[in-house]
Design a protein around this ligand. Structure first.
Ligand code: ASP
Length: 587
């Protein structure tokens, strides 16, 4: 048999509803789809809007009384221009309609549990319980198609750069991304568990040892963490790794994939993706994932107040932000944001309103000198009507508080301001010092320290560990962390050393990652990699706040699937087979 030509026609239909145009007038067409709605025209005639994945078309049907919303029908009729005055500009097929229709009901339908138009806000549980109906709506149709476009653009970009797709297993031993594992009990070895991969991290590094010097995979990752708007238990990422490369090479590969995906969706290729050090991002934006769509940068004021008489400003660090036009804010709102800052761990917030003559109106202005106030106006480039917001505290605290406040006051809606990608580089190697005095890794324990800080790694003690930089980098888009990666440690001796700094002794290291350390003894190339979240990228490209809108079958905020009722109990026989007994529930 010959290959079918590439067309939307099938044995059951000739065209897609949404594809018909004025140029089709006179053609007899056969359409299949769902009844989107029905309007009576006269005693016998009715209009039905027929819907398929491509859109809607109006059909004029004689005797349509039995046709209800969401019935699945097959309509045969002739394309005709609509009458003067009835053309619908909002519909792509609005210049035509299908007349003289005969209708065959392919499946009846109960009334849908929620309205099919996009105007009504439907409870999310209800949407997810009947996701198959929700998926019929244009928004979900568009979003899932956007997602498919992103995936295929990424695949093409990676493959054109010589990357090979390799699938890694789902049933594995634990991976070290720092979240909680989902585990699967073993039937053949009762009492033992597989972990589901938090990422393919170790396997992709082993692919490098195995001589595949450019690996990629659109990988499913599972992490048992609390769910949020940008987080699900399972998510997809472009996972990549390459050998004999530096950080810059990784950026080149990933930039190509990201730019191709953005271009495929928006029609515009993003420009060069800029780079900023972690240190600069924290100083200027108070965040390691700065949203560059707007200004309101954190301005350094510490030196301005070095001699201050004002006790609240005798601090390690003082920074401020300027909220343009914010002087209109009333007392209640000002108290509100001050409370917010306190609830985030701040001691307080100083606000100053900029008057017409550039004097500063604030309850604490009287504690500041003329020079200090004039300095504030100059540094923050204050204009009449602005609101200046100042925080004094430990440097990291000031950054965090003003970073959050900046977002709260200035962040544009998700679908405004274009796409501002950014590479954040030179992340610290360690995040904090834990109670046992060991530093904890910010990325994962396979991240190579910055070459200039290796010596410090050998000599550092206590808090000094936090100054050690790594060769880890993040990709950020509009304030969302899209993904992370790093140059890896490829030598067993350095890896052992990092483990011991992290408080992972030789035995534990051997037990958890012995296979990796073993592999490194057999010739591991220098390698580096990256992974970015496809859910997050797609959501932003689709203008959605919540990644659930770009996932076909997501979980609710509480981790449930209202449609399949997962997670659910399993029967005793199954438990026995797995050698499991349930502890009594405490609540
Ligand atoms: N495995 C890391 C992650 O999933 C990414 C990487 O370092 O390549 O976040």
């Amino acid at each position: 048999m010959n290959d079918q030509p590439l067309t939307d026609a099938t044995s059951m239909r000739s065209d897609l509803c949404g594809s018909l145009r004025i140029t089709d007038v006179g053609r007899e067409v056969v359409l299949c789809g769902w009844v989107n709605g029905r309007r009576e025209h006269s005693e016998h005639l009715a209009f039905i809007d027929l819907r398929d994945r491509s859109g809607l078309v109006q059909c004029v049907v004689d005797g349509a009384r039995d046709l209800r919303s969401e019935y699945v029908v097959r309509v045969t009729g002739t394309v005709q221009p609509r009458q003067e005055g009835t053309v619908n500009d909002e519909l792509e097929t609005g210049e035509i309609e299908v007349r003289d229709c005969t209708v065959e009901v392919l499946a009846e339908a109960e009334p849908p549990p929620f309205p099919m138009h996009e105007r009504t806000q439907v409870d999310e549980n209800l949407r997810l319980k009947h996701r198959y109906i929700d998926l019929r709506k244009p928004r979900m149709q568009r979003n899932l198609r956007t997602r498919a476009t992103v995936n295929s653009a990424i695949r093409r970009a990676m493959e054109s750069q010589g990357f090979v797709e390799i699938e890694t297993p789902m049933l594995i031993a634990s991976t070290p991304e720092g979240a909680r594992d989902f585990v699967v009990p073993s039937r053949l070895k009762p009492g033992s568990f597989y972990a589901l991969p938090q990422s393919p991290q170790l396997f992709k590094q082993l692919c490098m040892v195995g001589g595949f010097d450019r690996y990629y995979q659109i990988a499913r990752c599972l992490r048992d963490e609390d769910l949020r708007a940008d987080r699900q238990f399972e998510f997809m990422q472009l996972d990549a790794e390459a050998s004999f490369v530096t950080q810059e090479d990784v950026f080149t590969f990933i930039n190509a994939a990201i730019r191709a995906a953005a271009e495929a969706v928006t029609g515009e290729r993003p420009g060069e993706i800029p780079t900023m050090t972690w240190h600069e991002a924290m100083e200027r934006f108070g965040s390691d994932k700065p949203d560059l769509r707007f200004g309101m940068e954190l301005v350094e004021l510490t030196d301005l107040f070095s001699e201050t008489e004002f006790n609240a400003f005798k601090a390690d660090c003082i920074k401020g932000i300027r909220f343009e036009g914010g002087a209109e804010m009333g007392r209640n709102k000002l108290d509100g944001i001050t409370d917010d800052v306190k609830s985030w761990g701040g001691k307080g917030l100083v606000w100053m309103k900029v008057e017409e003559d550039l004097s500063l109106n604030s309850p604490v202005a009287k504690f500041c000198s003329e020079a200090e106030l004039a300095g504030l106006v100059e540094r923050l480039e204050a204009k009449p009507g602005d609101l200046l917001l100042l925080v004094a505290d430990a440097r990291r605290t000031v950054q965090m508080l003003l970073g959050r406040l900046r977002l709260q006051l200035g962040r544009p809606p998700v679908n405004e301001g274009g796409f501002n990608f950014l590479w954040v580089v030179d992340f610290p190697l360690f995040e904090e010092i834990d109670d046992a005095g060991n530093p904890t890794p910010l990325h994962h324990p396979f991240t190579m320290p910055h070459p200039d800080d290796v010596e410090l790694l050998m000599t550092a003690e206590g808090e000094a560990f936090l100054d050690i930089r790594s060769q880890a980098y993040d990709l950020v888009l509009n304030g969302w962390e899209l993904g992370s990666g790093s140059v890896r440690i490829h030598r067993g001796d350095i890896q052992q050393q990092i483990f011991s700094l992290l408080g992972i002794g030789p035995e534990e290291a051997q037990a958890k990652f012995g296979f990796l350390l073993d592999a490194f003894r057999f010739g591991a190339p220098p390698h580096a990699g990256f992974a970015f979240g496809i859910d997050r990228l797609t959501a932003l490209l689709a203008g959605e706040e919540n990644i659930r809108e770009v996932i076909a079958y997501p979980k609710t905020q509480s981790g449930a699937d209202p449609m399949t009722q997962a997670p659910s109990a399993i029967d005793d026989r199954h438990l026995d087979e797995l050698g499991l007994r349930l502890a009594p529930q405490t609540d």
